[in-house]
Design a protein around this ligand. Structure first.
Ligand code: IPM
Ligand code: MG
Length: 354
């Protein structure tokens, strides 16, 4: 039996996880999917209960699972530069524990949401890109410290990458491009950083095995600009951890809202699925959160971990259908739309399932 570990986390993570699981349950019979769920604590709620953002029970639970669904972590209650234990450590810890080195963040411009985007319609029409972000290396996991040097506080973080860490993520990007529009854009800062020069060298080496894929390289600053002026040029973007973090938030705006952006993190073991948005403590518990990023993350799980493309497509079609009906949560609402809450949006998705 397929074991799904469910880690709702904090804030709206709890609400959107609950809604997303309803959608998974709804496709179960029709598409012959079998699974059992077990829940665990992560992030701030885990700190409150155990003092640890990734408690041992959660580590054991996810290590024995076939896939993990995660809501979101964090909130003001646990924030502050002086805090030694932080919710985000749970997220980083699980990425490292499960060796989730490839983070996939597809961004597509939903035709129904063109007007909600701050970009001009003609700029974003047809945007369909995916950011392949390296997730277990770089500045997030390099040597760091805070010290006092000559009476002054000083801090450092280190970006480190080995050739093999770069090679495996680059291979994911090329393989993915082969199933898509056959274009890879590698993003680096090779005019400044040694890690980026190694990155570019490995990308060029790997490209030889994929003659059918068109490859280009962009510096990250230029890429940020290109994402604004001509985002439709991109198919697969591959980049290191922190560049990918920043560019994926930026790119989410092309798809109208971070509330629409799903993600999958893949490694050698169980994959992890989570909406790319955070815990949004300001709207938590008010039935205001957009559940669609979480629901679309379920679609990614159906496609990748359950290997059930038909069920995944059904969920995506249902999301398109509710947008077509004019239903909108507050983050994507515009005059003339129908404003709905988290639960009502999910209910509409369930009704729209083909
Ligand atoms: C993300 C988030 C995380 C990250 C934070 C919460 C640690 O921003 O998944 O993009 O920086 O990776
Ligand atoms: Mg981020």
């Amino acid at each position: 039996m397929f074991k799904l570990a469910v880690l709702p986390g904090d804030g709206i993570g709890q609400e959107v996880t609950e809604q997303a699981l309803k959608v998974l349950a709804a496709v179960k019979e029709k598409y012959g999917i079998e699974y059992e769920t077990a829940s665990g604590l992560i992030g701030g709620s885990a700190i409150d209960a155990t003092g640890d953002p990734l408690p041992l029970e959660t580590r054991e639970l996810v290590a024995q699972s076939d896939a993990v669904f995660l809501g979101a972590v964090g909130g003001p209650k646990w924030d502050g530069p002086e805090k030694k234990v932080r919710p985000e450590q749970g997220l980083l810890g699980i990425r490292k524990l499960l060796r989730l080195y490839a983070n996939l963040r597809p961004v597509k411009c939903w035709p129904q949401l063109l007007d909600q985007s701050p970009f001009k319609n003609e700029k974003i029409a047809g945007v369909d890109l995916i950011i392949v972000r390296e997730l277990t290396g770089g500045a997030y996991f390099g040597a760091r410290g805070t010290e006092v040097v000559e009476g002054e506080a000083r801090a450092f973080d280190t970006i480190e990458y080995s050739a093999s860490e770069i090679r495996r993520i680059v291979q994911v990007a090329f393989a993915l491009a082969g199933e898509r529009r056959k274009k890879v854009t590698s993003v680096d800062k090779a005019n400044v950083l040694d890690t980026s020069r190694l990155w570019r060298k490995i990308v060029i080496e790997e490209a030889v095995a994929y003659p059918e894929i068109a490859l280009n390289h962009l510096y990250v600053d230029n890429c940020a600009m290109q994402l604004c002026i001509n985002p439709a040029q991109f198919d697969v973007l591959v980049t290191e951890n922190m560049f990918g973090d920043i560019l994926s938030d930026q790119a989410s705006v092309l798809g109208a809202s971070l509330g629409m952006l799903p993600s999958a993190s893949i490694g050698e073991g169980p994959a992890l699925y989570e909406p790319a948005h955070g815990s949004a403590p300001d709207i938590a518990g008010q039935d205001k959160a957009n559940p669609l990023a979480a629901i679309l993350s379920v679609a990614m799980m159906l496609r990748i971990s359950f290997r059930n493309a038909a069920a995944a497509t059904a969920v995506e079609q249902a999301v398109a259908a509710v947008l077509e009906q004019g239903l909108r949560t507050a983050d994507i609402w515009r005059e003339g739309n129908i404003l709905v809450g988290t639960a009502a949006m999910t209910e509409a998705v369930l009704q729209a399932l083909p």
